[in-house]
Design a protein around this ligand. Structure first.
Ligand code: IPM
Ligand code: MG
Length: 371
Protein backbone atom coordinates (compact mmCIF):
# COMPACT_ATOMS: atom_id res chain seq x y z
CA UNK A 1 0.00 0.00 0.00
CA UNK A 2 1.27 3.43 -0.87
CA UNK A 3 2.32 5.42 2.15
CA UNK A 4 0.73 8.87 2.03
CA UNK A 5 2.67 11.58 3.80
CA UNK A 6 0.78 14.67 4.85
CA UNK A 7 2.72 17.91 5.05
CA UNK A 8 1.41 21.32 6.05
CA UNK A 9 3.21 23.89 3.88
CA UNK A 10 3.39 27.36 5.43
CA UNK A 11 5.23 29.52 2.91
CA UNK A 12 4.83 32.74 4.92
CA UNK A 13 6.35 36.01 3.77
CA UNK A 14 9.13 37.45 1.62
CA UNK A 15 11.04 34.74 -0.20
CA UNK A 16 9.04 32.00 1.57
CA UNK A 17 6.54 31.60 -1.31
CA UNK A 18 9.47 31.22 -3.74
CA UNK A 19 11.47 28.60 -1.83
CA UNK A 20 8.75 26.45 -0.25
CA UNK A 21 7.20 25.22 -3.54
CA UNK A 22 10.65 24.12 -4.67
CA UNK A 23 11.23 22.15 -1.48
CA UNK A 24 7.76 20.61 -1.85
CA UNK A 25 8.50 19.57 -5.44
CA UNK A 26 11.84 18.07 -4.46
CA UNK A 27 10.24 16.25 -1.53
CA UNK A 28 7.46 14.92 -3.75
CA UNK A 29 9.92 13.62 -6.33
CA UNK A 30 12.22 12.04 -3.75
CA UNK A 31 9.29 10.39 -1.96
CA UNK A 32 7.96 9.03 -5.26
CA UNK A 33 11.29 7.22 -5.72
CA UNK A 34 10.46 5.11 -2.66
CA UNK A 35 6.81 4.72 -3.62
CA UNK A 36 5.42 7.24 -1.12
CA UNK A 37 2.91 9.94 -2.02
CA UNK A 38 2.87 13.49 -0.71
CA UNK A 39 -0.31 15.29 0.29
CA UNK A 40 0.21 19.00 0.87
CA UNK A 41 -2.06 21.33 2.80
CA UNK A 42 -1.12 24.98 2.39
CA UNK A 43 -1.82 27.43 5.21
CA UNK A 44 -1.13 31.02 6.19
CA UNK A 45 1.29 32.22 8.84
CA UNK A 46 2.99 35.53 9.62
CA UNK A 47 2.41 38.76 7.73
CA UNK A 48 0.39 37.19 4.93
CA UNK A 49 -1.91 35.71 7.58
CA UNK A 50 -2.31 39.14 9.20
CA UNK A 51 -3.26 40.60 5.81
CA UNK A 52 -5.57 37.81 4.70
CA UNK A 53 -7.00 36.48 7.96
CA UNK A 54 -6.46 39.27 10.47
CA UNK A 55 -4.00 37.43 12.74
CA UNK A 56 -0.50 35.95 12.46
CA UNK A 57 -1.56 32.41 13.38
CA UNK A 58 -5.13 31.59 12.31
CA UNK A 59 -6.85 28.64 13.95
CA UNK A 60 -7.11 26.84 10.56
CA UNK A 61 -3.34 26.95 10.25
CA UNK A 62 -2.86 25.30 13.62
CA UNK A 63 -5.47 22.70 12.67
CA UNK A 64 -3.68 22.00 9.36
CA UNK A 65 -0.40 21.51 11.24
CA UNK A 66 -2.01 19.20 13.77
CA UNK A 67 -3.54 17.10 10.98
CA UNK A 68 -0.17 16.73 9.22
CA UNK A 69 2.77 14.37 9.72
CA UNK A 70 5.12 17.36 9.65
CA UNK A 71 5.22 21.07 8.86
CA UNK A 72 7.38 22.86 6.28
CA UNK A 73 7.73 26.60 6.82
CA UNK A 74 9.34 29.31 4.69
CA UNK A 75 9.85 32.51 6.66
CA UNK A 76 7.82 35.22 8.35
CA UNK A 77 8.15 38.98 8.68
CA UNK A 78 8.84 42.08 6.66
CA UNK A 79 9.11 45.85 7.02
CA UNK A 80 5.41 46.46 6.33
CA UNK A 81 4.43 44.79 9.63
CA UNK A 82 7.23 46.12 11.87
CA UNK A 83 5.26 48.98 13.43
CA UNK A 84 2.43 46.83 14.71
CA UNK A 85 1.97 46.00 18.39
CA UNK A 86 3.98 42.98 19.57
CA UNK A 87 1.07 40.52 19.60
CA UNK A 88 0.12 41.39 16.03
CA UNK A 89 3.48 40.91 14.43
CA UNK A 90 4.34 38.12 12.00
CA UNK A 91 6.90 36.70 14.46
CA UNK A 92 4.04 35.89 16.84
CA UNK A 93 2.84 33.38 14.26
CA UNK A 94 6.09 31.48 14.52
CA UNK A 95 6.26 31.73 18.31
CA UNK A 96 2.63 30.57 18.51
CA UNK A 97 3.40 27.51 16.37
CA UNK A 98 6.33 26.64 18.59
CA UNK A 99 4.35 26.86 21.83
CA UNK A 100 1.05 25.38 20.59
CA UNK A 101 2.75 22.42 18.93
CA UNK A 102 5.19 22.07 21.87
CA UNK A 103 8.21 22.19 19.60
CA UNK A 104 10.70 22.47 22.44
CA UNK A 105 13.81 21.13 20.69
CA UNK A 106 15.33 23.25 17.97
CA UNK A 107 18.15 21.62 16.01
CA UNK A 108 20.32 24.03 14.06
CA UNK A 109 23.23 22.46 12.26
CA UNK A 110 26.02 24.75 11.13
CA UNK A 111 27.75 22.79 8.44
CA UNK A 112 30.33 24.03 6.00
CA UNK A 113 29.63 22.74 2.51
CA UNK A 114 33.10 22.06 1.07
CA UNK A 115 32.38 23.72 -2.31
CA UNK A 116 31.52 26.92 -0.40
CA UNK A 117 34.59 27.16 1.84
CA UNK A 118 35.65 30.49 0.36
CA UNK A 119 32.29 32.08 1.27
CA UNK A 120 33.08 32.14 5.04
CA UNK A 121 34.29 35.32 6.70
CA UNK A 122 36.82 33.24 8.67
CA UNK A 123 40.06 31.82 7.32
CA UNK A 124 39.47 28.55 5.44
CA UNK A 125 41.64 26.53 7.87
CA UNK A 126 39.45 27.63 10.80
CA UNK A 127 36.23 26.46 9.15
CA UNK A 128 37.13 23.63 6.78
CA UNK A 129 35.20 20.57 7.89
CA UNK A 130 33.11 22.59 10.34
CA UNK A 131 30.13 20.61 11.61
CA UNK A 132 28.41 22.04 14.70
CA UNK A 133 24.93 21.24 15.92
CA UNK A 134 23.24 23.83 18.10
CA UNK A 135 20.39 22.46 20.19
CA UNK A 136 18.27 25.39 21.30
CA UNK A 137 15.44 25.18 23.83
CA UNK A 138 12.49 26.71 21.97
CA UNK A 139 9.38 26.95 24.13
CA UNK A 140 10.66 28.42 27.40
CA UNK A 141 13.15 30.85 28.86
CA UNK A 142 12.88 34.60 28.44
CA UNK A 143 10.87 34.25 25.22
CA UNK A 144 7.87 32.93 27.12
CA UNK A 145 8.49 33.69 30.84
CA UNK A 146 5.88 35.62 32.84
CA UNK A 147 5.53 38.36 33.95
CA UNK A 148 6.25 40.20 30.73
CA UNK A 149 5.19 43.53 29.34
CA UNK A 150 5.62 47.26 29.65
CA UNK A 151 4.28 48.57 32.96
CA UNK A 152 4.10 51.83 34.90
CA UNK A 153 6.28 52.04 37.96
CA UNK A 154 7.09 55.25 39.85
CA UNK A 155 5.70 57.41 37.05
CA UNK A 156 7.69 55.90 34.28
CA UNK A 157 7.45 52.87 32.06
CA UNK A 158 9.47 49.76 32.77
CA UNK A 159 9.93 46.88 30.38
CA UNK A 160 9.87 43.43 31.95
CA UNK A 161 10.71 39.95 30.71
CA UNK A 162 11.33 36.89 32.82
CA UNK A 163 14.08 34.35 32.33
CA UNK A 164 12.56 31.22 33.73
CA UNK A 165 13.26 27.50 33.35
CA UNK A 166 11.70 24.60 35.21
CA UNK A 167 13.82 21.52 35.86
CA UNK A 168 11.76 19.34 33.52
CA UNK A 169 12.25 21.80 30.66
CA UNK A 170 16.01 21.76 31.15
CA UNK A 171 16.12 18.00 31.48
CA UNK A 172 14.17 17.22 28.31
CA UNK A 173 16.23 19.51 26.08
CA UNK A 174 19.46 18.26 27.65
CA UNK A 175 18.45 14.66 26.92
CA UNK A 176 17.84 15.50 23.27
CA UNK A 177 21.30 17.05 23.12
CA UNK A 178 23.04 14.16 24.92
CA UNK A 179 21.36 11.66 22.56
CA UNK A 180 22.45 13.61 19.49
CA UNK A 181 26.00 14.05 20.80
CA UNK A 182 26.21 10.31 21.40
CA UNK A 183 25.46 9.73 17.71
CA UNK A 184 28.02 12.33 16.59
CA UNK A 185 31.49 13.02 17.97
CA UNK A 186 30.41 12.54 21.59
CA UNK A 187 31.09 16.08 22.78
CA UNK A 188 28.42 18.28 24.34
CA UNK A 189 28.97 21.86 25.47
CA UNK A 190 26.21 23.37 27.60
CA UNK A 191 26.09 27.16 27.37
CA UNK A 192 24.82 29.31 30.24
CA UNK A 193 25.50 32.44 32.25
CA UNK A 194 25.71 30.63 35.56
CA UNK A 195 28.06 33.22 37.03
CA UNK A 196 25.26 35.81 36.99
CA UNK A 197 21.82 34.30 36.33
CA UNK A 198 20.26 31.90 38.84
CA UNK A 199 18.02 30.40 36.17
CA UNK A 200 21.11 29.25 34.31
CA UNK A 201 22.81 28.11 37.50
CA UNK A 202 19.92 25.64 37.77
CA UNK A 203 20.40 24.86 34.07
CA UNK A 204 24.02 23.89 34.70
CA UNK A 205 23.12 21.78 37.73
CA UNK A 206 20.38 19.84 35.92
CA UNK A 207 22.49 19.23 32.79
CA UNK A 208 25.44 18.07 34.94
CA UNK A 209 23.16 15.73 36.84
CA UNK A 210 22.42 13.77 33.66
CA UNK A 211 26.03 13.27 32.59
CA UNK A 212 26.44 9.92 34.36
CA UNK A 213 23.67 8.45 32.22
CA UNK A 214 25.61 9.26 29.04
CA UNK A 215 29.12 7.90 29.63
CA UNK A 216 29.83 8.05 25.88
CA UNK A 217 29.41 11.85 25.90
CA UNK A 218 32.02 14.28 27.24
CA UNK A 219 30.11 17.18 28.80
CA UNK A 220 31.57 20.66 29.21
CA UNK A 221 30.10 23.99 30.26
CA UNK A 222 30.77 27.46 28.92
CA UNK A 223 29.50 30.95 29.72
CA UNK A 224 27.64 32.45 26.80
CA UNK A 225 29.98 35.40 26.29
CA UNK A 226 32.93 33.06 26.05
CA UNK A 227 30.97 30.74 23.76
CA UNK A 228 30.34 33.62 21.37
CA UNK A 229 34.04 34.40 21.36
CA UNK A 230 35.10 30.77 20.94
CA UNK A 231 32.72 30.34 18.01
CA UNK A 232 34.57 32.98 16.03
CA UNK A 233 38.03 32.08 17.40
CA UNK A 234 38.13 28.30 17.06
CA UNK A 235 34.72 26.96 16.05
CA UNK A 236 35.88 23.42 15.35
CA UNK A 237 36.28 22.77 19.09
CA UNK A 238 32.48 22.31 19.21
CA UNK A 239 30.41 19.27 18.31
CA UNK A 240 26.98 19.73 19.92
CA UNK A 241 26.05 22.85 21.89
CA UNK A 242 22.92 22.98 24.06
CA UNK A 243 21.49 26.19 25.42
CA UNK A 244 18.37 28.16 26.29
CA UNK A 245 16.04 29.98 23.96
CA UNK A 246 17.66 33.43 23.81
CA UNK A 247 21.31 32.35 23.88
CA UNK A 248 20.48 29.77 21.22
CA UNK A 249 18.88 32.43 19.04
CA UNK A 250 22.06 34.50 19.14
CA UNK A 251 24.66 31.74 18.95
CA UNK A 252 22.91 29.98 16.08
CA UNK A 253 23.14 33.11 13.94
CA UNK A 254 26.84 33.40 14.73
CA UNK A 255 27.44 29.75 13.93
CA UNK A 256 25.42 30.01 10.72
CA UNK A 257 27.49 32.93 9.49
CA UNK A 258 30.73 31.00 10.09
CA UNK A 259 29.74 28.62 7.36
CA UNK A 260 29.31 31.47 4.90
CA UNK A 261 26.18 29.74 3.77
CA UNK A 262 23.20 31.22 5.55
CA UNK A 263 21.16 30.35 2.48
CA UNK A 264 22.13 26.71 2.97
CA UNK A 265 21.21 25.97 6.56
CA UNK A 266 18.12 23.98 7.54
CA UNK A 267 16.56 23.55 10.96
CA UNK A 268 14.17 21.27 12.79
CA UNK A 269 11.88 22.13 15.70
CA UNK A 270 10.73 18.95 17.37
CA UNK A 271 8.08 17.90 19.85
CA UNK A 272 8.49 14.98 22.24
CA UNK A 273 6.75 12.52 19.90
CA UNK A 274 8.95 13.31 16.89
CA UNK A 275 6.44 15.64 15.24
CA UNK A 276 8.34 18.55 13.79
CA UNK A 277 8.38 21.85 11.99
CA UNK A 278 11.15 22.34 9.44
CA UNK A 279 12.34 25.69 8.21
CA UNK A 280 15.41 27.38 6.77
CA UNK A 281 17.57 29.29 9.27
CA UNK A 282 17.48 32.40 7.07
CA UNK A 283 14.67 34.95 7.28
CA UNK A 284 12.15 36.31 4.78
CA UNK A 285 14.77 38.47 2.97
CA UNK A 286 12.27 41.11 1.79
CA UNK A 287 15.02 42.93 -0.12
CA UNK A 288 15.26 40.13 -2.69
CA UNK A 289 11.70 38.78 -2.53
CA UNK A 290 9.95 38.25 -5.86
CA UNK A 291 13.17 38.55 -7.87
CA UNK A 292 13.92 34.88 -8.44
CA UNK A 293 17.16 35.47 -6.53
CA UNK A 294 16.58 33.50 -3.31
CA UNK A 295 18.53 30.38 -2.49
CA UNK A 296 16.04 27.51 -2.05
CA UNK A 297 18.64 25.04 -0.74
CA UNK A 298 18.12 25.70 2.99
CA UNK A 299 14.42 24.93 2.62
CA UNK A 300 15.17 21.87 0.50
CA UNK A 301 17.62 20.65 3.15
CA UNK A 302 14.92 21.31 5.77
CA UNK A 303 12.70 18.91 3.86
CA UNK A 304 15.55 16.40 4.04
CA UNK A 305 15.70 16.85 7.83
CA UNK A 306 11.95 16.22 7.90
CA UNK A 307 12.48 12.87 6.21
CA UNK A 308 15.14 11.97 8.73
CA UNK A 309 13.60 13.17 12.02
CA UNK A 310 9.81 13.01 11.56
CA UNK A 311 9.14 10.57 8.71
CA UNK A 312 11.76 7.93 9.48
CA UNK A 313 12.91 7.95 5.84
CA UNK A 314 16.69 8.43 6.14
CA UNK A 315 17.32 7.15 2.62
CA UNK A 316 15.05 9.84 1.16
CA UNK A 317 16.84 12.45 3.30
CA UNK A 318 20.17 11.25 1.94
CA UNK A 319 18.84 11.34 -1.63
CA UNK A 320 17.81 14.99 -1.25
CA UNK A 321 21.13 15.91 0.36
CA UNK A 322 23.02 14.18 -2.46
CA UNK A 323 21.02 16.17 -5.00
CA UNK A 324 22.03 19.41 -3.26
CA UNK A 325 25.64 18.29 -3.23
CA UNK A 326 25.31 17.36 -6.91
CA UNK A 327 24.09 20.75 -8.10
CA UNK A 328 26.81 22.49 -6.08
CA UNK A 329 29.46 20.24 -7.61
CA UNK A 330 28.17 21.12 -11.04
CA UNK A 331 28.97 24.74 -10.18
CA UNK A 332 25.41 25.98 -9.98
CA UNK A 333 25.06 28.88 -7.54
CA UNK A 334 22.43 31.36 -6.48
CA UNK A 335 23.87 34.84 -5.96
CA UNK A 336 24.31 34.50 -2.18
CA UNK A 337 26.75 31.58 -2.47
CA UNK A 338 28.68 32.75 -5.47
CA UNK A 339 31.40 34.20 -3.22
CA UNK A 340 31.69 37.65 -4.73
CA UNK A 341 31.65 37.17 -8.46
CA UNK A 342 31.49 34.37 -10.95
CA UNK A 343 34.50 32.07 -10.76
CA UNK A 344 35.81 29.39 -13.04
CA UNK A 345 33.27 26.71 -13.69
CA UNK A 346 30.53 28.42 -11.73
CA UNK A 347 27.25 29.61 -13.05
CA UNK A 348 24.87 32.02 -11.35
CA UNK A 349 21.27 30.90 -11.63
CA UNK A 350 17.93 31.95 -10.17
CA UNK A 351 15.64 30.29 -7.65
CA UNK A 352 13.52 28.45 -10.20
CA UNK A 353 16.46 27.19 -12.22
CA UNK A 354 18.00 25.84 -9.00
CA UNK A 355 14.75 23.99 -8.32
CA UNK A 356 14.75 22.48 -11.82
CA UNK A 357 18.38 21.44 -11.48
CA UNK A 358 17.58 19.65 -8.21
CA UNK A 359 14.67 17.77 -9.74
CA UNK A 360 16.82 16.73 -12.70
CA UNK A 361 19.52 15.59 -10.28
CA UNK A 362 17.10 13.41 -8.31
CA UNK A 363 15.56 11.94 -11.44
CA UNK A 364 18.92 11.17 -13.06
CA UNK A 365 20.10 9.56 -9.81
CA UNK A 366 17.05 7.32 -9.86
CA UNK A 367 17.71 6.24 -13.46
CA UNK A 368 21.31 5.51 -12.55
CA UNK A 369 20.18 3.37 -9.64
CA UNK A 370 17.73 1.46 -11.81
CA UNK A 371 20.06 0.64 -14.68
C1 IPM B 1 14.77 32.55 14.87
C2 IPM B 1 14.18 33.92 14.72
C3 IPM B 1 12.97 34.01 15.62
C4 IPM B 1 13.44 33.84 17.05
C5 IPM B 1 12.11 35.25 15.45
C6 IPM B 1 11.70 35.45 14.00
C7 IPM B 1 10.90 35.23 16.35
O1 IPM B 1 15.13 34.88 15.01
O2 IPM B 1 14.06 31.56 14.59
O3 IPM B 1 15.94 32.45 15.26
O4 IPM B 1 13.86 34.82 17.69
O5 IPM B 1 13.39 32.74 17.56
MG1 MG C 1 17.09 34.11 15.31
Amino acid sequence: MTRVIKVAALAGDGIGPEVVPIAVAVLRTALAEVGAALEVQEALVGGCAIDQAGEPLPEETLAACRAADAVLLGAVGGPQWEDRPMDQRPEKGLLGLRSNLELFANLRPALLFPPLAQASSLKPELVSGLDILIVRELTGGIYFGEPRGIFFEDNERVGVNTYKYAEHEIERIARVAFDLAAKRQGRLCSVDKANVLEATDLWREVVSGLADEYPQVALSHMYVDNAGMQLVRAPKQFDVMVTGNMFGDILSDVAAMLTGSLGMLPSASLAADGFGLYEPVHGSAPDIAGQDAANPLATVLSAAMMCRYSLDLPAVAARIEEAVDGVLRRGLRTADILGGGEQDGMEQIGTKAMGEALLAEIESGAEGAGS
